[in-house]
Design a protein around this ligand. Structure first.
Ligand SMILES: Cc1cc2nc3c(=O)[nH]c(=O)nc-3n(C[C@H](O)[C@H](O)[C@H](O)COP(=O)(O)OP(=O)(O)OC[C@H]3O[C@@H](n4cnc5c(N)ncnc54)[C@H](O)[C@@H]3O)c2cc1C
Length: 415
């Protein structure tokens, strides 16, 4: 692949959801755009694997969260995509050798509701403290708090209650037939991307910007950076002049946490668990996974591990996360169940060189960091990506909206 020779108005670094939506909007507004992507494919953290299972498997984002206020949900509806709106309940909770009774599962759910309420309430107050500090005292606390990391991608002691409060939560978590990655890709099929093209340097010391890659350099008036906060923190891209201290602080206050997925495809003849049912499985204090059955109303189950435990499993090597989930399935359905598991796969987002994690979380005290991260430098360097969103952070729709925001910022300074 060659770099386009003409100097574009805008270079976009990264072809995930935010880079794609920025490019589409800029093109519509009359700008010339070049999108540079480090990987061999577009989509970033929102891609669908169509080859492993009979059912498409989203390796990254899959749910349209807060569906009633999610612009992508409206677009999916307009495009006539079939949507799966059923939510998952806790059906089986297996904690350290004991399967909870239905009454205990109800208590588990009740504490879960009160736990998020308390984190939100504390977050609304001026003092930004860790989610851990906001947890109501209860015999359920130790067990149920394990549900925090799969949402925030990090454990309660390192996540900010103010960031939880700032997220605009609304009803509905919907899945799309064909996968969310497929939908995002199709939505942006008119955007050209130079793949296998990692940007190594951005020089914004002059009037415009100069971007360097292994296949040459390119000059533009503006650049939009969409890479994850951990990629910025790891300095995969060198800036001239260096990013200001306040920007670096914001980046470091918003690390990219870990949520890994484990796909388990069951024999269609196995009918013991269905769409909307799940297993929660705990060993010790915090070795925890959730397994949701019946994705897209098929025999695909998806397990989730998160936070420090997910990092530990990634370090243990390929198969460790899958084995843990299978232990959870065995604990509930008996050892015989393994003969019905036909195929498995697992993600390793921490080790993914071009994202270094799954999605951003905010450290306690990082209340203002997302606004600072999104701030433009010198009217040339623009920042998009899920982590730059105050109310839709850590999501695909947040990434989508952040790209449009950056495109509109550039459009505004040209009007
Ligand atoms: C396991 C998992 C489950 C998730 N589940 C959900 C969910 O159900 N619902 C939801 O809404 N969200 C979910 N998310 C979050 C969602 O996927 C992300 O927030 C969103 O996709 C991020 O998009 P982005 O454009 O900000 O970043 P990215 O998609 O990461 O795009 C940035 C791009 O920049 C590229 N890049 C990196 N370095 C360079 C470089 N030097 N030069 C050029 N390109 C570079 C990367 O390869 C990448 O393609 C999930 C994420 C994961 C990982």
């Amino acid at each position: 692949m060659k770099l386009p020779s003409a100097n574009p108005d805008v270079v976009i670094v990264g072809a995930g959801t935010s880079g794609l939506s920025a490019a589409k909007k800029l093109k519509k507004n009359g700008f010339s755009v070049v999108v540079l992507e480090a990987k061999a494919f577009v989509g970033g953290r929102c891609i669908t694997d169509k080859s492993t299972f009979r059912t498409p498997f989203d390796i990254g984002g899959s749910w349209l969260h807060s569906a009633v206020i999610n612009p992508l949900a409206r677009l999916a509806e307009e495009n006539g995509i079939s949507l799966h709106k059923k939510s998952w309940d806790w059906t089986w909770v297996y904690s350290n050798g004991t399967l909870l009774t239905p009454q205990q599962v109800k208590e588990y759910g009740k504490y879960h509701t009160s736990m998020w309420l308390a984190a939100n309430q504390a977050g609304a107050e001026t003092l930004d403290q860790s989610v851990e500090k906001t947890l109501p005292q209860s015999p359920w606390k130790k067990l149920v708090k394990n549900l925090i990391a799969p949402m925030l991608s990090a454990d309660p002691d390192v996540t900010s209650s103010a960031d939880v409060y700032q997220y605009a939560d609304a009803e509905g978590d919907w899945l799309l037939d064909g996968g969310l990655g497929t939908f995002i890709r199709n939505l942006h099929s008119d955007v050209n991307v130079v793949v296998n093209c990692p940007v190594s340097k951005v020089n914004y010391s002059g009037k415009g910007v100069k971007i360097e890659t292994p296949i040459g350099s390119i000059n533009a008036k503006y650049v939009i950076l969409t890479v994850s906060t951990s990629v910025l923190a790891a300095e995969h891209i060198k800036f001239t002049p260096q990013l200001p201290k306040w920007k670096l602080e914001a980046i470091n206050l918003l690390p990219t946490g870990v949520l890994n997925k484990i796909g388990l495809e069951f024999d269609p003849g196995w009918q013991e668990a269905h769409q909307g049912e799940s297993v929660n499985y705990l060993v010790g204090e915090s070795d925890f996974c959730t397994i949701n059955f019946g994705f897209y109303d098929t025999n695909l189950a998806v397990g989730f591990v998160a936070g420090r435990f997910a990092e530990q499993l990634e370090k243990e090597g390929v198969g460790a996360a899958t084995n843990f989930c299978i232990e959870g399935v065995k604990a509930v359905f008996g050892n015989n169940v393994t003969k019905y598991i036909q195929k498995t796969t697992e993600t390793a987002w921490k080790g993914n060189l071009h994202t270094l994690g799954s999605y951003s979380y905010a450290l306690p005290g990082a209340k203002d960091a997302r606004l600072k991260l999104s701030a433009t430098l010198g009217n040339r360097l623009f920042f998009a990506g899920e982590a730059t969103m105050l109310n839709a952070q850590a999501t695909v729709h947040g990434a989508y909206l952040s790209g449009i925001r950056a495109a509109e910022e550039i459009t505004a300074i040209n009007n």
